[in-house]
Design a protein around this ligand. Structure first.
Ligand SMILES: Nc1ncnc2c1ncn2[C@@H]1O[C@H](COP(=O)(O)OP(=O)(O)OP(=O)(O)O)[C@@H](O)[C@H]1O
Length: 256
């Protein structure tokens, strides 16, 4: 089967500052795929270019078999409707309560009635482990972990085929991060979702990620799974510095 995402000879830049210098990679349907790299290596720029927020200078990004940057306006919206996005801090609307935040995408992009939107929103809030006590709360009343869960419920409510996550466990305590990982795995298994995430979290990578790329100096320094990475890191001197969040991952280093 053709990969769900194919990035071919991609160049991105801000002015003269080249961020990605001719990179290519693929993501298979149903995979949990991660983008790693040190600070400023271009992880967010890459993710943004896959959801039509950052136009590449050259190269192609094919998703669902189409060159996404060549799509006409109406097709762009159809494409975005097939993608759920969870930004780093949840990106919730501060003037909307939790229930409204989850329903907002459906209000804009679906033909559901108000009542149906509320029902779908409630189902997704329950799926991500939030009960009715939070429906009427506003973002400022939520913890970081709750904000991420609401953001995830909102991303899932549109029924995406690909879920993009920007550092989903950063800022969470280890127990909440572990629960978030379980949730991601559950979603993937139930819905055969493809998940693309930026992460520094070694436990998340060990527990959930099938394969990752490592960005460095505009190139892909590594493409493979964690076992292969550790092997290469040891035999070829790839640097492990600055890639992983030091508060998690102890279990992984003990087990290998
Ligand atoms: N809108 C912008 N205009 C100009 N330069 C930018 C812009 N956004 C990012 N950059 C620069 O591009 C480079 C890559 O940024 P990007 O945010 O993609 O990296 P990152 O790997 O996600 O970093 P971090 O882990 O710190 O979030 C950085 O040097 C950054 O300063």
């Amino acid at each position: 089967m053709k990969p769900i995402i194919q990035v071919k000879n991609l160049y991105t830049a801000y002015g003269k500052h080249i961020i990605h210098n001719n990179i290519s990679f693929e993501v298979e349907k149903g995979e949990i795929f991660a983008i790693l790299g040190g600070s400023g290596s271009g992880k967010s720029t890459l993710l943004r270019s896959m959801i039509l927020l950052n136009r590449p200078k050259a190269g192609k990004i094919e998703i669902f078999g189409e060159d996404i940057w060549s799509l006409k306006e109406d097709k762009k919206n159809m494409f975005l409707n097939r993608c759920g996005v969870l930004f780093q801090f949840g990106a919730l609307y501060s003037s909307l309560n939790v229930l409204e935040n989850v329903g907002i995408m459906l209000e804009e992009y679906s033909s559901y009635s108000k009542k149906e939107i509320q029902e779908v929103s409630k189902i997704w809030l329950e799926m991500v482990g939030l009960n009715k006590r939070v429906y009427q709360l506003y973002p400022y009343e939520l913890s970081g972990g709750m904000k991420k869960r609401v953001g995830l419920a909102r991303a899932m409510a549109i029924g995406p085929e690909i879920l993009f996550l920007d550092e989903p466990t950063s800022g969470l305590d280890p127990a909440s991060a572990g629960k978030f990982d379980e949730l991601i795995l559950k979603l993937k298994e139930m819905l055969n979702l493809t998940i693309v995430m930026i992460t520094h979290d070694l436990d998340s990578i060990a527990d959930t990620v099938d394969r990752f790329i490592l960005l460095k100096d505009g190139q892909i320094d590594f493409d493979g799974n964690l076992k292969e990475f550790v092997f290469e890191a040891r035999t070829e001197g790839l640097t492990e510095d600055n890639l992983f969040n030091s508060t998690r991952g102890e279990r992984f280093w003990k087990e290998i």
